[in-house]
Write a protein that binds this ligand. Structure first.
Ligand SMILES: [Zn+2]
Length: 409
C-alpha cells in the first residue's frame, strides 16, 4: 500500500484534468479545421457534446476574441443552415524571428495561421559583433510590431529561432557554432508579448519542422532536414516536436561522417555539414563569385540551381556527393527513428531534384527496413522562411491547443 507521502507526492505531480479546458480546446479545434463552414450544431456533432454545452463554449470563445460568426453554413441534409463560425483573423497573433548565419527574418502570423507580415535582411552575420546582430534583430522586431499594430493585430507573443542548441528555460543560446555563440544570454533580445509574455527560444530546424505541421499539428511523424550554412533537423512524432532531454535533439549537421574529415566550427572533424551544408556545396561546385546569401535578393541556391539546370559538371557532381552523404546519414536516422517521411527543407527544398534521388538511393541501400517499407522523401512546404514562420506559428498554436489558458490569462 502506498504511503500517505507517496499519495501526496503523486497528487502534486499528476496534472489535473480540467474538462472545461479540454472541451474548449476540442471546440476551437473543430472551428479551426472547418473555419467558415461549421455551425454550433456542427461543433456539437464534432465534439460529441450536447448542443447547449457546445453553444456556450462557442460563446466563450467568441467573447474571448478567438472565434467570430461569419454568415451562414451551407444547407445540409441534416437540417437548416446555421451561423458559420471561423477563427478571428484580427485576434491574437505571433511574431517569429529567425537569426540565421547569413540572414535575419521576421514574420507575423495571425490566429488562422496566415502570414500577415514578413521581412528579411540578407547579411552574413559572421564578422559582425554579437551586439550588432542583436540590435539588428531588435530593429526588425520593432518594425514587425508596428506593422502588426497598424494591421489591427494583437501581437501576444514571440519566438526566436537560432542555428544551434539552446537552453529554453533560461533564454540562453548554449552553442551556435556558425555564429560563434557559446552560453550567450539573449534575454535582452527576446521581445515580450503585448501582455508581458516572454519570447520562446528554440533551434531553427525545430521551428522549421513545426511550419510543416501547421496550426493543427498535422502530418504525423517525420524528420525535417533543414539545409542552411549548417544542417539541422527537427524530429516530429505524431505532430509534436521531440526535443530530447535538454532540447538539443536534431543536431544532424554535427553527426560525424569521417573522423579524419575537414574541421568544423563546432571543434570536431568531418561533420555532415562540411559535406552537405550550403557552403560545402558551393565550394565543391567551384562557385566563389557572385554568391549571395541563403535568403534575400539573390539566394545562392538559385545560382546552384541555374548551373545544375545548365548541366555544369562540377555543380552536378557537388550535388550528387552532398545528396549521397546526406542520404547515408538519413538512412542511419531512419534505422534509429523509423519515421515514415523525410522532409527536405531550407535550400534542400530547391535542390531536391538533384538531392532527392541520391537520398533515396542511400536510404534503399542502408535503411534496414527498406525492403518492406520505403519512407517518403518529400520537399517542405516553405523554403528559407520556414524557421521564422514556424516560430510565429508556435505562438498561435499554444492558444489553439489551450484556449482556456488564453481566456483566463
Ligand atoms: Zn561540427
Amino acid at each position: 500500500m502506498p504511503s500517505a507521502a507517496t499519495v501526496r507526492a503523486k497528487r502534486r505531480t499528476t496534472p489535473a484534468v480540467n474538462p472545461r479546458a479540454t472541451h474548449l480546446a476540442l471546440a476551437l479545434r473543430c472551428v479551426a479545421e472547418q473555419s467558415g463552414e461549421i455551425s454550433r450544431a456542427g461543433i456539437a456533432a464534432g465534439t460529441g457534446l450536447n448542443r447547449s454545452t457546445a453553444s456556450s463554449l462557442i460563446d466563450e470563445l467568441i467573447g474571448g476574441g478567438l472565434v467570430r460568426e461569419v454568415g451562414s453554413t451551407a444547407r445540409t441534409r441534416a437540417g437548416r443552415p446555421g451561423t458559420a463560425l471561423a477563427l478571428r483573423p484580427d485576434g491574437p497573433a505571433g511574431l517569429g524571428i529567425d537569426v540565421n548565419v547569413d540572414y535575419t527574418a521576421v514574420c507575423v502570423v495571425d490566429l488562422t495561421g496566415k502570414v500577415r507580415y514578413k521581412h528579411v535582411v540578407a547579411e552574413d552575420q559572421r564578422g559582425h559583433g554579437t551586439r550588432e546582430i542583436l540590435d539588428r534583430v531588435d530593429r526588425l522586431a520593432r518594425g514587425a510590431r508596428q506593422a502588426a499594430e497598424a494591421d489591427g493585430l494583437d501581437l501576444v507573443g514571440s519566438a526566436v529561432a537560432v542555428p544551434g542548441i539552446v537552453d529554453r528555460a533560461g533564454a540562453t543560446v548554449t552553442l551556435a557554432p556558425n555564429l560563434g555563440w557559446r552560453d550567450l544570454d539573449v534575454s535582452d533580445l527576446l521581445p515580450a508579448g503585448a501582455h508581458g509574455e516572454r519570447a520562446a527560444l528554440d533551434n531553427e530546424a525545430n521551428f522549421a519542422a513545426l511550419s510543416e505541421a501547421g496550426l493543427l499539428r498535422a502530418g504525423g511523424s517525420y524528420l525535417y532536414v533543414s539545409g542552411q550554412i549548417g544542417v539541422g533537423a527537427g524530429i516530429v512524432l505524431d505532430g509534436e516536436l521531440y526535443r530530447g532531454s535538454h532540447g538539443w535533439s536534431g543536431e544532424i549537421g554535427h553527426l560525424t561522417v569521417d573522423r579524419n574529415g575537414p574541421p568544423c566550427p563546432c571543434g570536431r572533424r568531418g561533420c555532415l555539414e562540411r559535406y552537405a551544408g550550403h557552403e560545402a556545396i558551393l565550394r565543391a561546385a567551384g562557385i566563389t563569385d557572385g554568391a549571395g546569401t541563403t535568403f534575400g535578393v539573390r539566394p545562392t541556391a538559385d545560382l546552384i540551381t541555374e548551373r545544375a539546370q545548365a548541366g555544369d559538371p562540377a555543380t552536378l557532381a557537388a550535388l550528387a556527393e552532398a545528396g549521397a552523404v546526406l542520404g547515408g546519414v538519413l538512412a542511419g536516422c531512419l534505422n534509429l527513428l523509423d519515421v515514415g517521411r523525410l522532409v527536405l527543407g531550407g535550400i534542400y527544398r530547391q535542390l531536391a531534384p538533384w538531392l532527392a534521388p541520391e537520398v533515396e538511393r542511400e536510404v534503399a541501400a542502408h535503411f534496414l527496413g527498406a525492403g518492406w517499407a520505403s519512407p517518403e522523401v518529400t520537399v517542405s512546404t516553405y523554403g528559407a522562411e520556414a524557421p521564422a514562420l514556424g516560430a510565429a506559428l508556435s505562438v498561435v498554436r499554444t492558444i489553439v491547443a489551450d484556449p482556456l489558458r488564453w481566456l483566463t490569462r
